[in-house]
Design a protein around this ligand. Structure first.
Ligand SMILES: [Zn+2]
Length: 289
């Protein structure tokens, strides 16, 4: 799956792959055998978009918690729906059972919104790995880094795990990459209040750092002078974006944090970057609203 074709949904790629696989399987049966009826489904893939494909993109917000639970989760869900509901159907769930290959293939991106602890079983993990490998998108918010500590693949997907945090306090965030759609609206020096995470490792080198916390402006959250707090990377065929902010309910009413979040999700979803935060709007006439 190529990222260059990011706007193409993972579903389309997956259907194409499936079609190819079916063709191969059919050929493999050999001409001497009577073809079973099942491979005729190949025509579905060959004819393009299946009839059941949604007209709009779909996003999945996942907020299951197995340890600490953030009270801001409903605020985060509401913000994501408010920000992206005009372009996407947004499903929010805490049910791990939605992590199947078929179901995940419906989504442009899966947002882990302050998830915590061990929340996916082995099969669900495998389905999510397959989703990312097929070009899927991941957006992690805040405690998404405090999730699945014993699943190394997930740690690599996010970039780093949560280690500790000091009290909520104002800090200076230095936005070091203002070309990304999740940061280009931000000031180079972004002052805001949140609960600032310290991570178990510096993700720089594994990921592209977007913003860095100035440790000298906070108490108790040092990472040795280099403290990435938002980043992104392409990972094993898919896209991963993470922001350390979002502990507080107030975060989700902050204009700049909301835009940061919206841009990160759009990037994770592979949305065409045609205008600032304006991709994938349904053409007029097709929009139900
Ligand atoms: Zn928190």
């Amino acid at each position: 799956m190529q990222h260059g074709n990011a706007p193409a949904s993972p579903l389309v790629g997956r259907v194409a792959l499936l079609g190819a696989a079916l063709v191969v399987a059919t050929l493999g049966l050999g001409a001497r055998q009577v073809a079973p009826s099942a491979p005729t489904t190949t025509t579905t893939a060959g004819s393009g978009t299946p009839a059941t494909a949604p007209a709009r993109g779909r996003l999945l917000v996942f907020s299951k918690t197995a340890s600490f639970r953030h009270q801001s989760i409903p605020d985060g869900i509401k913000a994501i729906k408010d920000l992206l509901g005009d372009r996407y159907d947004v499903d929010a769930t805490e049910d791990s059972a939605v992590f199947t290959a078929d179901n995940l293939a419906r989504y442009r991106a899966v947002i882990f919104l302050s998830t915590t602890g061990d929340i996916l079983n082995d099969e669900q993990q495998k389905a999510f790995q397959g989703y990312i490998a097929a070009g899927g998108g991941y957006a992690g918010v805040h405690a998404a880094a405090d999730t699945e500590h014993t699943w190394p693949w997930y740690g690599d997907l996010v970039g780093a795990y949560f280690k500790t945090h000091p009290n909520i306090q104002p800090a200076l965030v230095r936005v070091e990459d203002r070309s990304h759609r999740s940061t280009r609206m931000l000031p180079a020096e972004w002052r805001r209040t949140d609960e600032w995470y310290v991570y178990n490792r510096n993700p720089r080198g594994r990921v592209k750092v977007l913003a860095n916390l100035d440790d000298s402006t906070i108490e108790g959250a040092t990472m040795g002078g280099d403290h990435p707090i938002a980043w992104y990377h392409e990972f094993e065929g898919g896209r991963s974006w993470y922001t350390g902010g979002g502990h507080t309910s107030e975060s989700y009413t902050e204009d700049l944090f909301r835009k940061h979040l919206e841009g990160g999700i759009l990037w994770a979803a592979g949305a065409a970057d045609t205008a600032p935060q304006d991709a994938e709007r349904v053409p007029s006439g097709a929009a139900p609203k």
